[in-house]
Design a protein around this ligand. Structure first.
Ligand code: MG
Length: 160
């Protein structure tokens, strides 16, 4: 059995007038991630982890933010496309694990809904999708509320 691991990171500025979308779930909050797409940092970190495991580059290479086609894009569709690229390259997703760092809103009540959305998008069981929420205890851009960060790892197995 050949298992490969990939890592991803993403961060977005949180600004007024944008919906707060994380893992494809809209969470009520007064600010949301600024971005060319919907700014879903968790979806972007996961996409980079999956691409990384297959050595397929990164999200920006496949979906450049200079391309108007991806303006306001639903990042779950981008994540879905990355998972498809991995399958086409001969890899099967085993599991993903992610950590989101943000001071507010509180993510705990939404984590199961996020895991379900991601599992559906990635076509794996939700028991193989882990999402954890942390604060940075007031330190730095995630601590002062100006931004959100997400870190992810993905394990993939050669399927052929
Ligand atoms: Mg991003």
């Amino acid at each position: 059995m050949s298992v490969r691991v990939g890592h991803g990171f993403d961060a977005h500025r949180l600004v007024a007038g944008r919906p707060f979308i994380l893992g494809g779930v809209r969470i009520p909050f007064e600010r949301g991630p600024l971005g060319h797409s919907d700014g879903d940092a968790l979806a972007h970190a996961l996409a980079d982890a999956i691409l990384g495991a297959c050595n397929l580059g990164d999200l920006g290479r496949h979906f450049p933010d200079s391309d108007p086609q991806w303006k306001g894009a639903d990042s779950l569709r981008l994540l879905e496309a990355c998972a498809r690229m991995a399958r086409e390259a001969g890899y099967e997703l085993v599991n993903v694990d992610a950590t989101v760092v943000v001071e507010a809103p509180k993510l705990a009540p939404h984590l199961d809904a996020i895991r379900a959305r991601l599992a559906e998008t990635l076509r794996i069981d939700s028991s193989s999708v882990s999402v954890k929420a942390k604060t940075s205890e007031g330190m730095g851009y995630t601590g002062d509320g100006s931004g959100i960060a997400a870190y992810a790892v993905a394990a993939l197995e050669r399927s052929r």
